[in-house]
Ligand binder design. Structure first.
Ligand SMILES: Nc1ncnc2c1ncn2[C@@H]1O[C@H](COP(=O)(O)OP(=O)(O)OP(=O)(O)O)[C@@H](O)[C@H]1O
Ligand SMILES: [Mg+2]
Length: 598
């Protein structure tokens, strides 16, 4: 129990209201002006709202004090005036609402665009440490919650707060006792509301956690549906999700029963306030201190103000609900790429394509071991260089450092004699392409996927690239050829087909430096051979780096670099390395039985 209580306290302590508003304000940077204007307009609106009841007061005064035939005209005029005052308020209200809506839409668009832009420009390091679901939820939920909060604030909270302020001031002007009564009951209501929220919050927090857990279970079972089915675990997944939602259900009932109970007290406060005001008003009228019209006026505006108090009770909820979402969105806005792009980096018109690693040591942030450990080698331009070695040796890491997805902790990666850090990252990358181990495919047509890096490529160009990548044949056999939709993450393609699309994409991009990361691992021997031929074709006037497990792929490479546990253990041509007795390359050849050295 103690532990639990301590935990709850802790979670509340951690919620810093001031911090929350500051973060939210910073997130809404694009609309500061509009928000301030809106607040101002809301104040005017609330003052305008007093006009109708005030004219009513005048009418009642006229008819109760000296209602003679001569004043009928005046009364009729006042009734018409009241109508127009109410109409004017309503039209003004309409314009404020429209403005709120417009600002809201602008904020949502801005937040979503900004978050998405941030996301796509952030370096690979960020994307590798966060899971995809989280990233998407971070944006959608953040935007969603801010939408709810903003709407609640401008449609409920701000009008109510200003209404109460305006009403209280008016009441003080009429008679300070009236003002005092409002000043007693409103805070009582607010304190009670805060108390409810405080009391309910731990339950609510638990419900949020449970909901998150339930969503997690659902997502996992859908993402891994193949595994679920392969091991006949459907029922288990179903039960797991069922249990999770059951917990949510229990928490929800508990939470709402508490809130509903408190509503009785809140209503009591409001009724007491109304009663006191009315009683005191009648007393004042009896004493002749105020007119009947004033009594009606006082009662009408305070009644409206008191009733609208209920509209602010959701604010605390909203803040608590959106706290985490705002936090995450805010953190995202602060997130910096680990790769810093120089302001005036070199924007090469062309590159030679010579890469050199000098004493490079690199450790992934989530890892303890050195992925590369004091590595040094040269990759000559217009040559084919192969990186081989056991899994986890650091081959992919080399490609990533060359592309500057990451910067090494020690040493330098040199491109054409200059540190890669000296280049403008985007201009430099234009000359490079990586066909990754796991080719990513967009849910669009084959054609669009191949021409991704070269917008507006002609059909002939696309077909030519596909032919070189040995993809043309299978694409032609698809139902709609190059226009076939490949499905989410290319689900309608085989692994080897996806890879060939990736290769065609890179070929069409026509980079100076082309890196194939295991690009042939999913291919059968026949296709592999065709791709080798393709590589022979495209290696001209290009620096090609091939990362391969199958050594047959790289026999013709100009240079082979063998990486093991992050270190270069051997370097040379196939012929040289195959002859090095006791060398790792020779051992690997032995294992693959392709060591046709002589
Ligand atoms: N994003 C990452 N975060 C943390 N550690 C990583 C990450 N990527 C790779 N590593 C680690 O870095 C080391 C080198 O990995 P790398 O992917 O470069 O190996 P590889 O030679 O390409 O292996 P494979 O042949 O299996 O593709 C491995 O120990 C791996 O676990
Ligand atoms: Mg790899």
């Amino acid at each position: 129990m103690k532990d639990k209580k301590g935990k709850n306290l802790d979670s509340e302590e951690r919620f810093n209201m001031k911090e929350f508003w500051k973060k939210l304000w910073n997130l809404l940077v694009s609309s500061h002006g509009a928000i301030i204007k809106l607040l101002f307009l809301t104040i005017i609106l609330e003052i305008l709202r007093l006009a109708g009841p005030y004219i009513l007061k005048v009418i009642i005064d006229v008819i109760t004090l000296n209602f003679r035939p001569e004043v009928i005209e005046k009364v009729i005029f006042l009734v018409i005036a009241m109508f127009f005052a109410n109409q004017a308020t309503s039209i003004f209200d309409y314009f404020v609402d429209k403005r709120v809506l417009r600002t809201l839409v602008e904020i949502l668009t801005y937040l979503a665009n900004n978050a998405h832009k941030k996301m796509v420009f952030l370096g690979l390091a960020y994307h590798e440490k966060e899971n995809t679901g989280n990233k998407v939820v971070k944006i959608t939920r953040g935007v969603d919650k801010i939408e709810g909060l903003f709407g609640n604030f401008f449609w409920d909270v701000a009008p109510t707060v200003f209404q109460i302020i305006v009403t209280t001031i008016t009441l003080f002007i009429i008679n300070w006792y009236f003002g005092l009564i409002i000043l007693i009951f409103v805070p009582m209501f607010i304190i009670l509301t805060l108390k409810v929220n405080k009391e309910v919050f731990p339950f609510r927090k638990r419900r949020f956690d449970q909901q998150e857990e339930a969503t997690g279970i659902m997502t996992q079972s859908i993402i891994n549906i193949n595994t679920v089915k392969s091991f006949v675990q459907e029922l288990r997944e179903y039960k797991q999700f069922f249990r999770a939602t059951q917990n949510v259900k229990d928490s929800l009932s508990l939470e709402f029963s508490k809130i509903i109970k408190y509503n009785i007290y809140r209503n009591l406060i409001i009724d007491l306030g109304r009663g006191t005001l009315l009683l005191f008003g009648i007393y004042m009228t009896w004493k002749g201190n105020i007119t009947v019209g004033s009594l009606v006026f006082v009662y009408t505006i305070s009644e409206k103000a008191l009733i609208s108090l209920f509209r602010i009770s959701r604010l605390y909820d909203r803040i608590m609900e959106s706290g985490e979402a705002v936090n995450r969105l805010y953190d995202l806005s602060l997130e910096k790429s680990e790769i810093e792009n120089l302001k005036n980096g070199i924007k090469p018109k062309n590159i030679q394509g010579q890469i050199e690693f000098k004493g490079v040591t690199f450790i992934y942030s989530e890892s303890k071991i050195k992925a590369l450990d004091n590595v040094g080698f040269k990759i000559n331009s217009d040559c084919v260089t192969a990186l081989v070695g056991p899994s986890g040796g650091g081959k992919t890491t080399v490609a990533r450092l060359a592309y500057r997805h990451y910067d090494p902790q020690k040493g330098e990666v040199i491109l054409d004699g200059k540190n890669v850090k000296d280049y403008d990252i985007y201009d430099m990358r234009k000359f490079m392409a990586i066909v990754p181990q796991d080719v990513e495919v967009f849910n669009s047509s084959v054609k669009e996927n191949i021409s991704y890096a070269k917008l507006g490529a002609t059909q002939t160009e696309i077909k030519a690239a596909a032919r070189i990548a040995n993809a043309d044949e299978f694409i032609s056999q698809l139902k709609e050829g190059y226009d076939t939709l490949v499905g989410e993450r290319g689900i309608k393609l085989s692994g080897g087909q996806r890879q060939r699309i990736g290769i065609a994409r890179a070929i069409l991009a026509n980079p100076r430096i082309l890196i194939f990361d295991e690009a042939t691992s999913n291919l059968d021997s026949y296709s592999e051979k065709l791709i080798q031929d393709a590589m022979d074709k495209i290696r001209k006037n290009r620096t090609v780096i091939i990362i391969a497990h199958r050594l047959s792929t790289i026999k013709k490479a100009d240079k082979i670099i063998v990486l093991e546990k992050g270190k270069v253990v051997e370097e040379g041509s196939h012929f040289e390395l195959a002859k090095t007795d006791g060398g790792l390359y020779q051992k690997l050849i032995g294992l693959q039985k392709v060591g046709d050295v002589e």
